[in-house]
Design a binder for this molecule. Structure first.
Ligand code: OGA
Ligand code: NI
Length: 201
């Protein structure tokens, strides 16, 4: 991975950064295969919203399915990806002094007609998620397939539309409202959050 110095600058100025052709093609394909195998094994679950006890099914807000990735149980493709996230934490700690300590990550599949309505990734109580990262695993994605990630601006208006193109990596500040438009084809991704130590409440 080439870690652009632009990444830290962009997070500070626009709040997001996009890297196309993020990984070597072999790593990209291995991750896509790992996601498909996991899905075929029936290991994905409907995604929930909220945290711990408050976790709720809410298919009116999001209808994707997810599989949480585990540092110790993952395939080598997954472990290599998680190692990239570690590197990113280090880079951001060095350049922006963010104090990132950890991350959580999951595979996600949006089947046709699935979506995730406007939301923020930070939970009101802990706010430990600082940087949201999405890596797309879609071969030959086309505009007509929908499924764009939309980032909202400071006036809460839709601002930036990002297509979920294969091998594209996007990161943004986790307090930015965003949504996933309805996808009309199966849409694959890995979502991750780089986290600081949670606030004690
Ligand atoms: C999320 C999310 C964006 C995307 O999982 O919280 O906003 O483009 N994902 O998949
Ligand atoms: Ni989100």
């Amino acid at each position: 991975m080439t870690l652009h110095t632009q990444l830290a600058d962009d997070l500070c100025s626009t709040g997001f950064h996009i890297i196309d052709n993020f990984l070597q093609p072999t790593s990209y394909h291995a991750l896509r295969e790992a996601l498909e195998t996991t899905y075929q094994q029936g290991s994905f679950k409907p995604a929930k919203i909220g945290q711990k006890q408050e976790k709720a099914d809410n298919t009116a807000i999001r209808s994707d399915q997810i599989f949480w990735l585990d540092k110790d149980a993952g395939s080598s493709a997954v472990n290599n990806y998680l190692a990239e996230l570690d590197k990113l934490c280090h880079l951001l700690n060095q350049s922006l002094f963010l104090g990132l300590m950890d991350y959580e990550a999951h595979f996600a599949i949006y089947q046709p007609n699935n979506f995730y309505k406007k939301h923020v990734d930070q939970f009101a109580t802990t706010k430990d998620r600082r940087i949201s990262c999405v890596y797309y695993l879609n071969d030959q994605w086309q505009k007509t397939f929908g499924g764009e990630l939309i980032l909202y601006d400071k006036n809460d208006q839709p601002d930036t539309k990002i297509e979920p193109i294969g091998n594209r990596f996007v990161c943004f500040n986790s307090d930015i409202p965003h949504e996933v438009c309805t996808a009309f084809q199966a849409r694959y991704s890995i979502t991750a959050w780089l986290k600081v130590r949670p606030l004690k409440i």
